[in-house]
Design a protein around this ligand. Structure first.
Ligand code: GLY
Length: 382
């Protein structure tokens, strides 16, 4: 069964299966997984050599523990530390990473381990997909966003001058270890940005989860580990189910892009940097998707209000204030959107909604409605 959950013999670990036949794998969720990563990875490793790829934010916190735990299983462990930040997902850095790993003298059974957030997971996964035409890799996501979204499902890749993630591969990991304890060291703004992707699962098709988040979201943000584990588990279960049904995004998987078409346009305008994190762009993008849905008569404005209320309660931004949007135009935003991967036969495929928990895919012929939504955000009106 896709996304089925079993309690591991260790009660602190829950296991979800991404059911993709021979490419299927487990997502382990719990605390203390970093300390035990050696014994948790060991059963799936095809060889004795691993290369841990991390970044200069995460490595000082966790790399020593990961290496010690892996060496505790008599593994030969090598490490690569990249610069933290979206800029690392470039062609130049991808080439450097591949050359560095090749210089280590790897073979087909060498396993890459991505220890970090979405950037490290994406570039390491793509290196794994490419080196020697494919070597195994494991994801140890250290941000909420990576735990609930990017580490699961096998989307790997890098950015290009034409947009984000436009070069990459679907390439599934052997295992995902989501250690919720590492979220304690996450910068609050990063945690909140990841929370937007958690809310997304409620909006797509799980109204009850959205209600749960309305009651428990603040506790989750403030450090409640039980709430974090429940949210990570629910999000990963939802994602595992969708990925098992539509691995290569020929249909239903595109629902996971709720808020992303708008969000990527905002990231393009802000330069893919610290001004607006990916999750923050998705948060605003989800509000835009609900406003567009309301303009098209698909849902009520109250759904948008409810979404804004919840995101504001936890501290997520829902508008463009302070981003320099005075200098942007609706045309420029629409142009970014039309370069998105979600364009089919020249039409942008939007994730729209009939309500909270009722998302669906559709193109939008009503250009006036789209532009009125973009203009309303640019002018800060409704
Ligand atoms: N982040 C969306 C997906 O994995 O399909």
């Amino acid at each position: 069964m896709p996304g089925t959950s079993t309690k591991d013999q260790n009660p602190q670990i829950e296991t979800l299966r991404v059911d993709l036949g021979t490419r299927g794998y487990d997502i382990l969720i719990g605390s203390d997984l970093i300390e035990r990563c050696g014994s948790l990875c060991w059963p799936v490793l095809p060889g004795k050599t691993v290369v841990v790829v991390s970044d200069d934010n995460v490595a000082p916190l966790y790399l020593d523990r990961v290496v010690a735990s892996l060496e505790g299983q008599d593994l030969d462990v090598k490490t690569v530390i990249l610069q933290a930040g979206e800029g690392t997902k470039s062609f130049a850095n991808f080439q450097k990473l591949c050359e560095t790993i090749l210089a280590m003298g790897i073979e087909r059974k060498t396993t890459l381990i991505a220890l970090g957030g979405g950037v490290i997971g994406d570039i390491t996964g793509y290196a794994a997909a490419s080196l020697l035409r494919g070597i195994p890799f494991i994801q140890i996501p250290t941000t909420l966003l990576a735990q609930v979204d990017s580490s699961v499902g096998g989307k790997t890749g890098i950015n290009t001058a034409h947009g984000k993630n436009l070069v990459g591969a679907f390439y599934q990991p052997l295992l995902v270890l989501a250690d919720t304890e590492v979220l304690n060291t996450l910068e609050p703004r990063q945690l909140l940005a990841g929370y937007a992707e958690v809310v997304k699962y409620g909006l797509i098709d799980d109204f009850a989860f959205f209600q749960w988040l309305e009651s428990n979201g603040k506790a989750l943000i403030n450090g409640d580990d039980a709430a974090r584990r429940y949210a990570v588990h629910t999000s990963c279960a939802a994602k595992a189910k969708i990925v098992a049904e539509d691995e290569k995004e020929t249909g239903r998987r595109a629902l996971l892009n709720l808020g992303h078409t708008f969000g990527h346009a905002l990231e393009a305008e802000t330069g893919y940097g610290d001004k607006l994190f990916h999750g923050e762009a998705v948060a605003i993008g989800m509000v835009m998707a609900y406003r567009l849905s309301a303009r098209l008569g698909l849902c009520t404005g109250q759904d948008e209000e409810r979404l804004i209320r919840h995101m504001a309660e936890v501290g997520l931004r829902t508008d463009l204030k302070g981003l320099g949007a005075e200098d942007w135009t609706a045309e420029a935003l629409a142009a970014h959107m039309s370069k998105d991967k979600k364009v089919t036969d020249g039409k942008i495929i939007f994730v729209l909604a009939k309500g909270i928990g009722e998302a669906f895919l559709s193109s939008v012929d009503d250009r006036d409605a789209l532009f009125s939504v973009l203009d309303s955000f640019l002018s800060g009106s409704k």
